[in-house]
Design a protein around this ligand. Sequence first.
Ligand code: PEP
Ligand code: MG
Length: 862
Amino acid sequence: MQKHTTFNAITLITPTASMTAEVFGGRAKCLQRLIRLDMPVPTTVALSFDTVRGIAQGRMPDIDAVLEPFGPTPLVSVRPSSLDPDWGGPGAVLNIGMNDARCAALADEIGLASAISLYLRFIQSFAINVARLDPEPFELPDDADEASLAAMLAAYEAETNEPFPQDPARQLGEVLRFMARAWDGTTARILREAKGAPADAGLGLVVQEMALGVGAPESGAGVIQFASEVTGAPEVKGRYLSQSQGRDALAQEGAIYLTRDPRGPSLEELCPEIYADLIRIGALARERLREEMQVEFTIESGVLHVLDAVRLPRSSRAAVRIAVALGEQGVIPREEAVLRIAPNTLNDLLHRQVAPDAAREVMASGIAASPGAASGQLVFSASEAQAAAARGEQSILVRRETTPEDIRGMHAASGVVTARGGITSHAAVIGRGLGLPCVVGVSNLTIDTRKRTIRAGSRVLGAGEIVTVDGHTGDVLIGQPGTIEPALDDAFRTLLSWADDLRDIGVRANADTPDDAQTARDFSAEGIGLCRTEHMFFDGERLTVMREMIFAQRDDDRAAALDRLLPMQRADFTRLFEIMEGLPVCIRLFDPPLHEFLPSDRAGLRDLAEALDQPLSDVMERAERMSEYNPMLGMRGVRLGITVPEIYDMQARAIFEAAIGLSEKTGGEFVPDIMLPLVSAQREVEIVRARIDSVAAAVQTETGREVTYRLGVMVETPRAALRAGDIAENTAFLSFGTNDMTQMTYGLSRDDAGRFMSEYVKQGVYREDPFHTLDLEGVGELLTIAAERGRTARNDLVLAICGEHGADQATIAFCRSHGFDYVSCSPFRVPGARLSAARLAVAGRMGLTEPPAKPGKILIYQ
Ligand code: PEP
Ligand code: MG
């Protein structure tokens, strides 16, 4: 049976039927795979997206044709089948076809009570969902008997002025119409679009013969899976409930374990052969569908039926472990394992957790919707969260449920708690997107927004009190328990080692401190791509010496201050070089305007005057003279290197002496990278290079050791990009500072743009915030010009990027396509960048323009 017109495709699922997920949805396609594997799947008919779209618009297909394969007295279920099962869809409707006659006939087979029970359930579902009646009169009675059936039928008639429809074709038609329209509802659309569904995503439907799950001898329904959805570890899990249908076993009392269990009876003991069959089916599905599946089954009078199998829903941690296990066992190639993990999945594994041994004062619990642990003061509105952020304070935003107006507050908060909502609610979706710890559906939490309190049982907390969101367990904790940094398991490391074997672009870290460098090593960065040295001068003692240097009136005073800074810098670099153990380290010479190091208030200036032993008025006047109207475009970066060259001299000497120290210690040669910030003219590079060369010569003479280094330029002004050809003649590498480059290309202050950026994005002026997502059109064109001109001048020129954009997959794709050597990003983003780079390399080899947006759905090797 196959009926095809442009708008109408109704297909019986057989091993050979033409059945694609793009036309009929993922569930229909999966059912065909199960049928091909000879699994006991009841007769199923699939309705295409076009057919269902037509139904929503009032074009009903030939219902008799749909029912034809189910015989003269059909009894069927309908389930949604969207392209990606994660996009959801209306809930299943079971027992379509139940009517007075069928009930009477079934009573002979399975007993009157069981037959009436099925009929009641269908009437209930039809009345509430399809006829949209008030649920109250349709609550299921304790006893399924003729009286309760008569009462429910009468209630239906009373509410609708017509008897309950008896014709299976009419029943099915109405169910199909209800499901097709439900898909078009606003809430359904918003929810699926939040999961990446396109605006025009279609819904397919599958109509399947009911396997009853009631009657004798053993009948019932259950769900089985073969790995933990939390950890991904192999484990048979699920429940079975005698005399039940659908997924009831997962929710209802009386459900038994699947595997033998000391806590109670199990299916393994009750029906050992069926249990063994399920284990076999699970293994077969895993191997042949190349995925960890969750199987819905029914036992009807001792016979097993497989109704459905879905990709096991899973946490991020489980996703990685499952992909790695499938890869290690040869079920999928390693390349595919890498493609199956979206880079932001790793963020979940990288988040902070509440320490397992910390005292936990649980106030309330809900659904763990977004991982991580965060503490902060209670706030009750987005604006309070923003105000707390402006004061530099952490906050936890508590809302009954969140709406799009809360997004700015969520950005500002450290964690979010909602009383309502589930794993797909707005707060949960946004929380995960932002990497914000989030607990939703805390139903025992009463929020009083007027009094600004939350209450759970007898505990009441008010605004400003400290709570902790545990996004791993779903707990809301009172106070601030200790936290631990994430423990990265073997699967995480294995996946990333595969990624490293596959990727074809380097990944370094931006690291300024020994801690950063250690994190970079822990995440297997291939070196430091940017060490912002100014961060080393903000420490108490150094800051004072730095200020003395800035205030020095005479050259010898300045030299004296720099002499004191030299050993500190040397120690900094020595430590970095030691941690990086010979991996490349790129040190950027001093960048910010000097006055950033001066106190901003009167008390600070007075302290400084005291420390310098100078009159306050002199210090104030000098500080005043140093201030600039546009400091980010003023005396900073290489301009300092030209006008106050002693600072760079000191830094170069510290770098060389530290490098020599490391070479002596390890016996190997260590060549540091030195990078000049904010270059805009070739001559700047020539002048500074000559000074650094003379420092190198001096150190060489003093130590008798050869001094080598690589000089690079940070390309972060549009002019440097345009003149990259000249600049390249004097440099070994160019590293693009896309933060400043974006600022200067747009003429947009990176410190102030936040004020209007959301308005700009909302009005579509910018597609995205260019400080978050690299502007491939404008900034990208400058980078392209620079890369081409630089490489033309010098074909061994190393190209890199070190702005915040460096970890994004789209930026990495750009860098790969322009032959860049490496990207450098903050240490915690290194794992994601390694994975993104590998995914791009694999996708490229397969001829895909980009890696699948939804890994795991597209079984590309089949
Ligand atoms: C940049 O401008 O992109 C950069 C990496 O340097 P910074 O952020 O320190 O200005
Ligand atoms: Mg910069």
